[in-house]
Design a protein around this ligand. Structure first.
Ligand code: PRP
Length: 219
């Protein structure tokens, strides 16, 4: 019985490696060096598939993967249907924020009953956030380089992930509101959890142990 784990390249992949190690699993190839999309591991019954971050919940939901690691932002946009979410892994931490040009008066723009144009990849989160504030929002869906939107006049503001803040700074934008902290979650296909219960439980427990140990070290 093979266990398939969906990961996305970059921080999620890198931050997941110590967790896998704690479960006694080493990934045999470096995704930055290879163009392969299926990576073997030191356990013949475990493989890793590399997918776009926003596709991880879809793979797990439909059983293309048994489990995966996905950012909370991605899960909120996806909706989380059909997914068991046993664990906040506390990795790939950042925040979802509103940012504007340094010369834009955000406080005036979000007075109750006003209207603002917002460009974002995270339309669901942005819609909810501005609805809570009683602000009418015209959403413009983008797939990347959101920082450009306020600079070119496409939008007044963006809703995007901020980690170090360097990208905003480099583009003359300022973070005016933090919507929520973000970290990556473990997600599991519910049918797989029944069919491959023992193997998946062992993995979830190992991830949980490694996450708890890291939290303890950090405190
Ligand atoms: C995110 C986000 C910003 C950047 C912020 O992009 O969209 O562009 O990171 O990081 P910083 O605050 O440390 O500068 P990511 O690299 O995740 O890729 P994406 O553009 O595909 O979302």
């Amino acid at each position: 019985m093979t266990i398939t784990l969906a990961l996305s390249k970059g921080r999620i992949f890198d931050d997941s490696m110590p967790l896998l190690k704690a479960a006694g699993i080493e990934v045999l190839e470096d995704p930055e060096q290879s163009r392969k999309l299926i990576l073997g591991t030191s356990r013949p019954d475990v493989r890793v598939v590399l997918v776009r971050a926003s596709d991880v919940p879809t793979y797990v939901q439909y059983g293309g993967a048994d489990l995966g690691v996905a950012g909370h932002d991605i899960l909120l946009e996806h909706g989380g249907q059909g997914l068991y979410q046993p664990l906040d892994l506390g990795i790939a931490r950042c925040r979802l924020s509103v940012a504007v040009r340094a010369d834009f008066d955000y406080a005036a723009a979000v007075k109750q009953g006003s209207r603002i144009r917002v460009a974002t990849k995270y339309t669901q989160c942005a819609r909810d956030h501005f609805a809570d504030k009683g602000v009418h929002v015209d959403l413009i869906k983008l797939y990347g380089s959101m920082e450009l939107a306020p600079l070119t006049g496409l939008a007044d503001a963006i809703v995007d992930l901020v980690s170090t803040g360097n990208t905003l700074k480099a583009n003359g934008l300022v973070e005016v509101e933090q919507i929520m902290p973000i970290s990556a979650r473990l997600i599991v296909n519910q049918a797989a959890l029944k069919l491959k219960r023992e193997a998946l439980r062992a993995l979830i427990d190992a991830f949980e142990g490694a996450t708890a140990a890291r939290t303890l070290r950090a405190s």
